[in-house]
Write a protein that binds this ligand. Structure first.
Ligand SMILES: NC(=O)c1ccc[n+]([C@@H]2O[C@H](COP(=O)([O-])OP(=O)(O)OC[C@H]3O[C@@H](n4cnc5c(N)ncnc54)[C@H](O)[C@@H]3O)[C@@H](O)[C@H]2O)c1
Length: 275
């Protein structure tokens, strides 16, 4: 039960037509945070393209659920799961090694797992700051490095991190989240510059407010108000996880071959409007 329901009918507001990128068929994709929300939608989108998937999440039951969904929707999908926390660099290295052992390589890293951290800065405890930075920034780096060294060895790859509009803008009561996501945008540009010589493209997507479990949790606790957020968004709705997955497909595909170091915003006009 949420305290701030999203206005009904928003999914009908704009038609959504997924594109198709034949080159993604057979690619090995390591997808973090695949147990829910945007990561789960990415798993569906890449499975639809015939990619071979290693799904990573800290939540084993959620991972199992995503895998079961994929097998039902795409009976021939090659999908594996690994439970790990991206904040644990040793576990991340093991997960990348397991991906390589099972699927032979890592072509695409969907560096997506993350948590929210909304709290007034005067009340933010050091442990909460560390948790947000450990997962939302350090975890993204651990995954990028562990996958990146394999991509460099194999002669190329794509790294795509899920940052946020709050990586490009800032807000009261979101210090740790904004700092971490701004760090992800910076990390994306630094690695793009450094690893282009290895034929690794590194980009980020910056979603606006997107209707996922993370959002349901924040709305349920009254931290944010869904209707108010829609009202502040020029397109007057939340994003759909599938729309974020669609941006990921494009940035992972050869259609974006010359794009690296970019942070692609998908926010219904939120940032353009100046919030
Ligand atoms: N939903 C939004 O409005 C929104 C907007 C901007 C950016 N984002 C970002 O998109 C990403 C996905 O968010 P979502 O809305 O789908 O959230 P979600 O809560 O629905 O899914 C996040 C997934 O990450 C997993 N996870 C959390 N901590 C982890 C860890 N330490 N190691 C491995 N897995 C972990 C969770 O178990 C969950 O399955 C996050 O990085 C988030 O910051 C979301």
């Amino acid at each position: 039960m949420t305290t701030s329901p999203i206005p009904q009918g928003y999914p009908e507001a704009q038609p959504f037509t997924p594109a198709h990128y034949p080159g993604l068929s057979g690619k090995v994709v390591l997808n973090t945070g695949a147990g829910s929300g945007i990561g789960r939608a990415m798993a569906h989108a890449f499975a639809r393209h015939g990619a071979r998937l290693m799904l990573l999440d800290i939540d084993a039951a959620a991972l199992e659920q995503t895998r079961a969904q994929l097998r039902e929707a795409f009976p021939f999908v090659d999908v594996h799961i690994v439970q790990a926390s991206i904040a644990d660099d040793v576990a991340v290295e093991q997960a990348c090694a397991a991906t390589e052992a099972r699927l032979g390589r890592i072509d695409v890293l969907l560096n997506n797992a993350g948590i929210s951290m909304n709290k007034p800065s005067l009340e933010l405890k050091p442990a909460e700051w560390r948790r947000a930075i450990d997962i939302d920034l350090s975890g993204v780096f651990y995954c990028a490095q562990a996958a990146g060294k394999r991509m460099a060895r194999q002669g190329g790859g794509v790294i795509l991190s899920t940052a946020s509009i709050w990586g490009l803008s800032s807000s009261a009561h979101r210090l740790a989240y904004c700092a971490a996501k701004a760090g992800v945008v910076s990390l994306t540009k630094c690695l793009a510059a450094e690893w282009a010589q290895h034929r690794i493209r590194v980009n980020a997507i910056c979603p606006g407010y997107t209707h996922t479990a993370l959002m349901e949790d924040l709305m349920g606790r009254g931290v944010i108000n869904g209707a108010e957020l829609c009202g502040k968004t020029p397109m007057n709705r939340l994003g759909r996880p599938e729309e974020m997955a669609e941006a990921a497909l494009y940035l992972a595909s050869d259609a974006s071959a010359f794009i690296t170091g970019h942070a692609l915003v998908s926010d219904g006009g939120w940032l353009a409007h100046g919030y």
